[in-house]
Design a protein around this ligand. Structure first.
Ligand code: ADP
Length: 679
């Protein structure tokens, strides 16, 4: 990973080489500057220490020689203020400077260093010789009288000597001047180089500075980013720390669990040992199982044979097909793969004619519905079952199609024509029964209702007859008739007729009760019902509350379990459970305290409720009769009853698509079951 990836502060490799190059350049520039400065110093020092005094000396030589010349001219011109000694002192002074140039000395002008250059030394010595010559010629001229003939010759020589001296002095001065100029040139050159180098160095330093600033900024940015990362990491660290603490607590809890687990483990270990032994036993069983497996395998082969046999022998028609789709994947046809003999028999189609052929080849007019229906079975695996009437064969078939393998379907069908006819007949009979039932109901209603008035008449006239008998007896006692006749008639009016009237009264009373019962039953079967979801816990609570007096009186125990809701008419279902609970209490055993419980459970689409008692129980042969109208098993068990309660229960449940049945053991108790559609 490189430094950028890490976001660290290291310099990249190319930065480092750039920096090195720049450092090198700066160092080089600094070295050159230093060198130039030293060089300037050396040149300057040389100029100050050597060349400046030398040029001074050269100029002084010239000056002193010129002074000597002027003074001498004035002297020989007759100026008495001048003297030859002065002239010569000037020449000596010039010579002193020449000597100082050669050997080195010190004067007011400064220190003179001895010349090293031999050629220059020769020039100086030449000047010294010319100075000596100058002194000689001045002496000669001074000592020679003005009127002497050789004076002009000496003057000519003098001019020549002086001229040469000045020439030589000029030459030397020029030479030193040249030296100084050379030094100055060099000095200037070094100055320019220094300025250039300083500029270069400045630029280099500026670049380095810029580089450092940029790097600093970059580093600062990275530092900032790193800082942010650090802060984020710190937060994460804190969160992690909290998690760690939570984990520590969990760990402690886990540790406790672990200890508990260890104990469980020990227990499990013991169980494991027991299991190991069981395993050994199982292993042995496994061996036995293997043998059974072999036997099962053999059975499988036998089964396959049996399956073939079944396929061939079964009375249901069976055909296996494969579905065919067109290029777009739409269902378009199906092909017969196999059919059994029953199929041949039921359809008249032969195996050799259909196997391998498609349904469209065999039956070109087949409706697409069949291909779609079977195709869905073959592709989705969802079986289908339906009844179908085949017009050509004039037969009803019960058809089941299923998917034995993806893309295939098997069709099993049975000829149910007879059953269908029977079913249709039953439906027809049911319809007529329902009509008859309705007629019967209206007859029962009308009879029970309308018969009440003749009965009331009979009761009324019986009462009148009774009164007439009493009147007749009074008359007989007062009338004058034979005793025998009186006796016979009195017996008739006070014994036989009242007795007959009593029978008529009892009969009419019974008939009245029966008619009331009939009316009740008829109403239960005809009254409008309002079906809705019923809270059975509430309903049974109200039923029990209504019989609470009887329950308390009998010291009976009634238990209501949690009851699922059902769909029904509240009043009628209340009537059902009122009758059943009341019977359970009514037919209790005199040997034990009555205990009644009501429970319920959902079974498929219905709720089955059970009213259980520990009463007298019902013998097996009466279990059906008790639901018949006016049927009472043993009226003396309870005088209070008309044999209508269970009939009404059964009637109400018929109207609710429900059912009632009983399980019972004599002298142990009964369980009345009621099934009602669930809510
Ligand atoms: P009733 O109770 O008026 O006689 P029911 O139709 O209610 O008429 O009952 C018919 C008969 O069934 C009763 O006479 C009785 O003999 C019998 N029976 C009904 N319920 C019970 C029960 N819980 N235990 C024993 N016998 C019963």
């Amino acid at each position: 990973m490189n430094t950028h990836d890490k976001g660290g502060l290291k310099e990249p490799a190319d930065d480092r080489s750039k920096l090195l190059l720049m450092y090198g350049l700066a160092a080089l520039s600094a070295a050159v500057v230093l060198f130039s400065m030293i060089d300037t110093l050396v040149v300057g020092m040389r100029m100050a220490a050597r060349h400046a005094p030398q040029i001074d000396a050269a100029m002084e030589i010239k000056l002193e020689a010129t002074r000597a010349h002027l003074w001498f001219e004035e002297l020989i011109g007759g100026d008495e203020t001048r003297n030859i000694a002065e002239v010569w002192s000037f020449i000596d002074s010039a010579d002193w400077y020449a000597q100082a140039l050669l050997e080195g000395d010190e004067s007011e002008e400064g220190k003179f260093l001895p010349l090293k250059d031999d050629r220059l030394r020769g020039s100086v010595q030449e000047i010294q010789g010319q100075l000596a010559e100058f002194r000689r010629i001045t002496k000669q001229r001074y000592e020679t009288p003005a009127e002497s003939a050789i004076c002009s010759e000496i003057d000519q020589e003098y001019d020549k000597v002086y001229e040469q001296l000045m020439l030589k002095a000029d030459e030397m001065e020029s030479f030193f001047q040249g030296k100084i100029t050379a030094d100055l040139d060099r000095f200037r050159l070094v100055q320019i180089a220094l300025i250039a180098l300083a500029a270069g160095m400045f630029i280099t330093v500026a670049i380095i500075f810029d580089f450092f600033i940029r790097r600093h900024l970059r580093d600062e940015k990275q530092l900032h980013a790193a800082n942010q990362q650090l802060q984020a990491s710190e937060q994460q660290l804190r969160a992690a720390n909290q998690q760690l603490q939570a984990s520590e607590q969990q760990l402690r809890a886990s540790n406790l669990q672990l200890v508990a687990g260890e104990q469980q483990l020990r227990a499990s270990n013991q169980q494991l040992r027991a299991s190991e032994q069981q395993l050994k036993a199982s292993n042995q069983q496994l061996g036995a199982g293997e043998q059974q497996l072999r036997a099962a395998n053999e059975q499988l082969a036998t089964r396959e044979k049996e399956y073939r046999l079944l396929f061939n022998e079964m009375i249901s028609g069976l055909a296996v097909h494969e579905i065919i789709c067109d290029e777009k994947g739409n269902l378009c046809d199906y092909r017969f793969l196999d059919i059994n003999p029953a199929f041949e028999k039921l359809t008249g189609l032969k195996k050799k004619d259909v196997t391998g052929n498609t349904i469209r080849q065999i039956m070109p007019t087949i409706e697409a519905f069949w291909i779609d229906t079977y195709g869905k079975v073959a592709l989705t695996g969802e079986p289908t079952h339906f009844e179908h009437y085949n017009k050509e064969l004039a037969k009803h078939f019960d058809v089941t199609a299923y998917m034995p393998k993806h893309g295939q379907f098997a069709v099993i069908f049975n000829d149910v024509t007879e059953r269908k006819h029977a079913q249709m007949e039953t439906e027809r009979l049911n319809r007529s029964l329902s009509v008859k039932n309705k007629e019967l109901q209206s007859i029962v209603y009308v009879a029970s209702h309308d018969l009440r008035s003749p009965l009331v008449n009979i009761q009324g006239f019986s009462g009148e007859l009774n009164g007439s008998c009493r009147d007749l007896r009074r008359l007989l006692e007062t009338r004058d008739i034979s005793d025998e006749l009186r006796q016979d008639m009195i017996r008739l009016v006070s014994q036989d007729i009242p007795e007959a009237l009593e029978f008529i009264g009892a009969g009419t009373e019974k008939m009245k009760t029966l008619l009331a019962g009939l009316l009740h039953v008829s109403r239960a079967g005809s009254i409008d019902i309002d079906v809705k979801a019923l809270d059975m816990n509430e309903l049974l609570a109200s039923v029990v509350a209504a019989t609470q007096f009887q329950i308390d009186d009998m010291k009976a125990k009634v238990t209501l379990e949690d009851l699922p809701p059902c769909l029904g008419d509240a009043d009628q279902i209340n009537q059902v459970f009122s009758n059943l609970v009341s019977n359970a209490l009514k037919y209790s055993s005199p040997d034990r305290a009555a205990a009644v419980s009501v429970s319920g459970r959902v079974s498929d689409d219905s709720v089955v409720y059970c009213v259980e008692d520990n009463g007298l129980g019902i013998q097996d042969n009466h279990k059906e009769n008790i639901f018949e109208i006016f049927h009472r098993l043993n009226p003396k068990d309870s005088p209070d009853g008309e044999g209508l309660g269970l009939t009404i229960v059964s009637r109400i449940l018929d109207r609710h698509d429900g059912r009632v049945w009983v399980e019972s053991k004599p002298d142990e108790g009964s369980r009345f079951f009621v099934s009602i559609p669930k809510a």
